[in-house]
Design a protein around this ligand. Sequence first.
Ligand code: FAD
Ligand code: SF4
Ligand code: SF4
Length: 480
Amino acid sequence: MADRMLQFVRLSQAQPEKRGVGERRKDFGEIYREFEPAAAAQQASRCSQCGVPFCQVHCPLSNNIPDWLKLTAEGRLEEAYEVASATNTFPEICGRICPQDRLCEGNCVIEKGFESVTIGAVEKYIADTAWERGWVTAPRAKAELRQSVGIIGAGPAGLAAAERLRSRGYQVHVYDRHDRAGGLMIYGIPNFKLEKEVVVRRWRSFEQGGIRFHLNCAIGRDVTLPELRERHDAVFIATGVYKARDIGGEGAGLEGIVPALDYLIASNRDNLGDTVPEFASGALNAAGKRVVVLGGGDTAMDCVRTAVRQGAASVTCMYRRDKANMPGSMREVANAEEEGVEFMWLAAPEGFEGADGHVSGVRAVRMHLGLPDATGRQQVVPIKGSGFTQGCDLAIKALGFDPEDLPAMFGEKALTVTRWGTVKVDHRTMMTDLPGVFAGGDIVRGASLVVWAIRDGRDAAERIDAYLKEQAAPAAVAAE
Ligand code: FAD
Ligand code: SF4
Ligand code: SF4
């Protein structure tokens, strides 16, 4: 191993090449190019094969990173894919969109004094190669079981659970109110981070494996939760969080002030070739406009970068804290800066100005960072008399998401939620207060990450399997 691995002392870190700013500002294609095979092997060989791999400890899926790095360095890519896909349902997606700087790569030990191994890009390379060479197979049921599971939500949590359960032979039905599977991976996250074909090919492979999709089917509108429980032996709720946090203040009802997800869904649909009247009319299209995005998280970064690509006249991101305190991934902030987005730190919106019923500016106040609060985070304090107006034709609100009122939506008052509105589960079993009804992903954690949703989906599949086995064999258990 010694001559092939531990190359970090000799080789510098290199991420796959990024497309030039001038080129990528004009289209929605992914911005990172694929590694050349030699570069992937070289980068993988920088790993020092730690006895206690902190990269793995800080990967929500406990991916066996050192092993697949070593196999990649040795050119044994099919085996590398086998290892990578044993713990991750979507390695090609996590490799693209995990905030690696906060997870695996941020905890790689050679970060100290050297630069971390490029784990995410190698994971993407392994999985993309597997797709290209036909090594990816549809979920295969060893034997067909009679019991069925209904999954509400075709996002990463629902799909990860579906794949695991189908592989064990259950009859799996996935319900989603949208017309495509993928959840926020299809309609939230833009193409320049995750091209939609990458999601669609997994969805197609799941269909080939016998998972049945019921799209355009909203639970609560088309089918109630009690009806779904009648149909299936177990139910998994993975509906995500969609209630956008709002901003009030004077002028909040003016035209041209839009929620981030409406804006991103319209753009993603347009890129998918759908007819989107609000995009065509200009209501959800930044072309030629002065755009202000309110917020500093990943959703805000996706909005500013979408607006650049739509040909906005100017794009400003207004955030009440400073750059060091931004919740969004630093890599995405750097990409936005390169693409010409202007950041207005330490500024908070207070209301809007308008002309003829349409927004013409965001009224804001400058902030400064005060003393830390109980959580240790510095508080933001408005600076007296510092009010100003930032002119705009489109204001996009990207202030975060809360859960919808699920008990009311599902017509099931007995479904217990926490005081934040997330679904309450027993964390050992992942079961809600309703027997046989499980939950996971954002609807349990609050707005989180794709990789955590996958983890929840896989864990829920284990718990559901254990529950169904127990249900199927009460006599055998009693006889023991
Ligand atoms: P979702 O992906 O939200 O899927 C839930 C599904 O349930 C949806 O398809 C929805 O239509 C369906 N549904 C809801 N209610 C019903 C109902 N009543 N009946 C039927 N179906 C229903 N994470 C990252 O790791 N990296 C990123 O770069 C990143 N970027 C993001 C960008 C944006 C703009 C947003 C909004 C989020 C981003 N995230 C990112 C977060 C990530 O997308 C979520 O954490 C993840 O998708 C949650 O998965 P989920 O399966 O719990 O829910
Ligand atoms: Fe890193 Fe995410 Fe892959 Fe885990 S799943 S190894 S955190 S990129
Ligand atoms: Fe390799 Fe870094 Fe993980 Fe250690 S922490 S096993 S060097 S990737």
